[in-house]
Design a protein around this ligand. Structure first.
Ligand code: ADP
Ligand code: MG
Length: 351
């Protein structure tokens, strides 16, 4: 019988070799989950040269990769449990945007030196999220190097139902899930970009949004038959929305005051609010477009999921001068300068 995952991880003086590490930390946990959820398990998992996964004739496979690099995507001293959870969450968020149901993932891990306590914490976070979404670890690679986590996740959609970025139509409403900007507000506090008068509970709330995003998988699946286009908001809403507009050859008018934000963010200066909500990033909400006749269906879906869904603007004919027109709540367009500042989303090679 396979040993249970140890409650108290061994000390870092007990070094494991590469293969013991894979077996003790990842393979045993993956096998436990396969026994608990055999209906979603791969045919052949960790331990061979490749995994074997059954393909259903009525389904298509959606594949996505996201990488987390220490000191680039997370601070090295972040709780490893949260790093494990987030590294899978950002991938499942991409699957959600495509309307896919997660089924499995592979994990490529570079570790500077072996720290078992770190690895056990990381694996706990990773498997807690994997378990929540019935998503199996089916393989990977492990080597020594600067701390880097690269996950490739797999999901399925019924044939022809993947939601693409290219389907937005003139006249569609633009929607966004949840609330935006809290993760950016938390990052700004950590980096001391601003000093805010926040209570412990408020700080906890925004830190949670930064470190522990929850992918909107149920929403993505429900949107297969509703949305004309979708993506997940990872680099900042407006910059990300541009990808839909470019792929669909349309423009958009956005009401900045309609962008959903938490009460914590609403208490901050308007400049900080706009910056966080419009171009903050790390939100992992879904932004999607839908025909206006879907309004009632989307309102009911929001109630059913217990997740706010907010209409933030409309798709309009492609404009020569500007892809995105930003207005305030009174319909007054923002100055060009202010618009341009907000339209910049995160870019690894520019920022
Ligand atoms: P190979 O030499 O064929 O690349 P490895 O010896 O690297 O295979 O890995 C042995 C097995 O362990 C493979 O099935 C591989 O998918 C799996 N594996 C390696 N690293 C990880 C990891 N971090 N998480 C899950 N599975 C892993
Ligand atoms: Mg290998």
């Amino acid at each position: 019988m396979t040993k249970q995952f140890p409650q108290n991880p061994p000390s870092d003086t007990q070094k494991l070799g590469e293969f013991e590490l894979i077996r003790d930390i990842f393979m045993k946990r993956a096998e436990q989950m396969m026994r608990a959820k055999p209906q979603h398990a791969p045919l052949l998992s960790i331990g061979d040269d490749g995994a074997v996964v059954a393909c259903h004739p009525n389904e298509e496979l959606v594949i996505t990769t996201d990488m987390l690099v220490a000191d680039r995507h997370f601070f090295v001293d972040t709780d490893p449990y949260l790093v494990g959870k987030k590294s899978l969450a950002v991938n499942l968020s991409d699957l959600a945007a495509m309307g896919a149901k997660p089924t499995g993932f592979t994990l490529a891990l570079a570790l500077p030196k072996q720290k078992q306590a770190w690895l056990h914490g990381f694996a706990n976070g990773l498997f807690d999220l994997a378990d929540l979404f019935d998503c199996h670890l089916i393989g990977g690679d492990t080597c020594q190097g600067p701390l880097t986590i690269s996950i490739t996740a797999f999901g399925v959609v019924p044939n022809g139902q993947a939601i693409k970025r290219s389907g937005a139509q003139v006249g569609d409403s633009i929607w966004v899930s949840g609330a935006l900007g809290d993760a950016r507000l938390a990052l700004g506090c950590i980096r001391k970009e601003w000093s805010l008068d926040l209570g412990a509970e408020e700080l906890n709330q925004i830190n949670q949004r930064l470190h522990s995003p929850l992918p909107r998988v149920a929403l993505g699946i429900a949107l297969r038959e509703i949305a004309t286009a979708a993506l997940d908001v990872s680099d900042g809403l407006l910059g990300d929305l541009r990808h839909i507009l470019e792929a669909s050859h349309v423009s958009a008018k956005i009401n900045l005051d309609a962008l959903p934000r938490s009460t914590v963010l609403r208490r901050q200066d308007q400049a900080i609010q706009y910056q966080c909500v419009a171009s903050g990033g790390d939100d992992y909400e879904l932004c999607f477009t839908a025909n206006p006749d879907q309004h009632d269906t989307i309102t009911s879906l929001s109630k059913e999921l217990g997740l706010p869904l907010t209409c933030i603007g409309q798709i309009i004919e492609a404009q020569d001068e500007s892809l995105l027109i930003l207005e305030d709540g009174d319909g007054i367009p923002l100055s060009l300068e202010k618009s341009q500042a907000l339209l910049r989303s995160f870019d690894h090679f520019r920022d």
